[in-house]
Design a protein around this ligand. Structure first.
Ligand code: GLN
Length: 457
């Protein structure tokens, strides 16, 4: 009840779309009973968590922050949610996001923007954005309302808000954590992400949700070996080869972020790690290709929302065609409609090779850049976001496309390649906002990735 009371008190940050109070109270009672007889289900029994509102939760509204799904109540649970509640965790609520997870700010939600609690001033209309699209998940953890939250990460949506809110944010290897029940954005890049305050907390949640799921055809079949906390604490960084990719020194990278990046690299070197400058020549093309592939998959994924089978239905009876069109134009916001339109343009027979196929070819080159770099280094250290959290009023001056082109520069290559990446807070900027760095590793290198994160933490 303390947690729920806190969630109410902190409503001003707009972290939640739905609070699941009744369920939470019921589950808390059951959990108390289990503790009384000393039989908790797991270390997560009774622990408050939050889940982004694009994961299906049976009998609980799942809106994707869109009018299109404003009354959608799924009949089944996403696997990540199912595994967490089976472990005894208590869902406090479904969190705010950019509509259908398309964005980097949590500014495009029908529920209004999620606000960053850092430097928040109640008497000032302007505030720092939480980042996105999993901004609500980040705020629910950063304010101490929940122990952990689940986000989704297609191009950086878990790491971006984690970076702006000063949290640990993990994007696991593609296929390690089931996508079943996660409403798709880009099927070939989506992964559920984890937001926590510390690396240890992240490991506990990852151990609970990772592993093969027959309900997700892209789920990795290799059995998941739980990461043991002591092994995370024991990393010897002596001779650990860490790469600094030249191409991540990009335009618009904030001086303070660059300084922090250099400082941490120096610190690792002083403690025995081997720091190497590496080159990943195709990095600069990644963001445009990500954007093309994103829009193509969006065009296909959003086709299901026609107002007939499910989704918002407009009052329109002139013709079925008109009903589709009006439902879709009223149900989706401009960002979603734009992406559908652009995606369909790229997919036209005459454009298919020029855009979609070409972007796929470049995607292979991005993967190749990573594969080559792993021959020389074990992990990569980069910024997560180019700046600290922007102010809301500055951020919304830009179009969604420009916001993403800037904010996702360092995060989306990991999604293009499917590799794991973690962001962690390092220190506060001169404005008092968190500055974070990202570590990337090869597929399934989560144990080493998190061990280095823990070392730096
Ligand atoms: N900002 C990116 C986009 O809008 C990433 C979104 C995400 O990871 N869900 O596509």
């Amino acid at each position: 009840s303390n947690t729920l009371e806190k969630a109410h008190r902190l409503k001003k940050y707009n972290a939640f779309i739905t609070l699941t109070e009744n369920e939470a109270q019921q589950r808390a009672q059951q959990s108390t009973q289990r503790y009384k007889i000393k039989k908790p289900l797991s270390e997560l029994d009774g622990i408050p968590i939050a889940i982004k509102d694009n994961f299906c939760t049976s009998n609980i509204k799942t809106t994707c922050a869109s009018r299109m799904l404003s009354n959608f109540i799924p009949t089944y649970n996403a696997t990540v949610y199912e595994r967490l509640i089976t472990a005894g965790a208590i869902l406090i609520g479904k969190t705010n996001l950019d509509q259908f997870a398309m964005g980097s700010g949590t500014v495009d939600s029908v529920s209004g923007p999620a606000k960053n609690h850092w430097m928040y001033n109640e008497n000032n209309d302007n505030f720092y954005i939480s980042g996105g699209s999993s901004g609500g998940s980040a705020i629910s953890v950063a304010t101490g309302t929940c122990f952990a939250a689940i986000g989704s990460d297609t191009g950086g949506s878990t790491r971006n808000p984690a970076s702006y809110c000063g949290l640990v944010g993990l994007k696991p290897t593609y296929g390690l954590v089931s996508r079943y029940g996660l409403i798709p954005l880009v099927n070939s890049m989506d992964v559920p992400g984890i937001l926590t305050r510390t690396v240890d907390d992240c490991v506990v949640v990852l151990n609970c949700v990772a592993g093969f799921d027959p309900k997700d055809s892209t789920s990795l079949t290799k059995p998941y070996r739980k990461i043991r906390l002591p092994s995370v604490n024991k990393l010897s960084i002596k001779n650990l080869k860490v790469g600094i990719p030249n191409e991540y020194h990009c335009e618009h990278l904030d001086e303070e972020v660059l300084d922090v990046w250099n400082e941490v690299a120096k610190l690792l070197e002083c403690n025995g790690a081997k720091i190497q400058q590496v080159s990943m020549p195709h990095t600069e093309y990644s963001i445009v290709c990500y954007s093309i592939l994103n829009q193509c998959e969006v065009a296909s994924n959003m086709a299901r929302y026609d107002g007939i089978e499910y989704g918002f239905r407009a009052k329109e009876d002139a013709s079925t065609e008109k009903l589709f069109a009006t439902s879709r134009s009223l149900g989706f916001n401009e960002v979603v409609r734009n992406r559908i339109l652009t995606g369909n343009y790229f997919l036209l027979t005459r454009n298919y090779d020029k855009y979609f196929n070409q972007a796929l070819r470049v995607r292979r080159l991005i993967v190749q850049d990573f594969d080559e770099v792993w021959e020389n280094v074990q992990l990569l250290l980069t910024p997560t976001t180019l700046t600290t959290a922007p102010l809301y009023e500055d951020f919304v001056q830009k179009t969604n496309r420009d916001q993403c082109a800037l904010q996702d520069y360092c995060t989306q290559p990991a999604n293009m390649a499917g590799i794991p990446a973690v962001t962690l807070p390092i220190k506060l900027s001169s404005k008092g906002m968190p500055i974070s760095l990202q570590i990337m590793g090869k597929n399934l290198s989560e144990p080493m990735l998190l061990a280095l994160a823990k070392y730096i933490e």
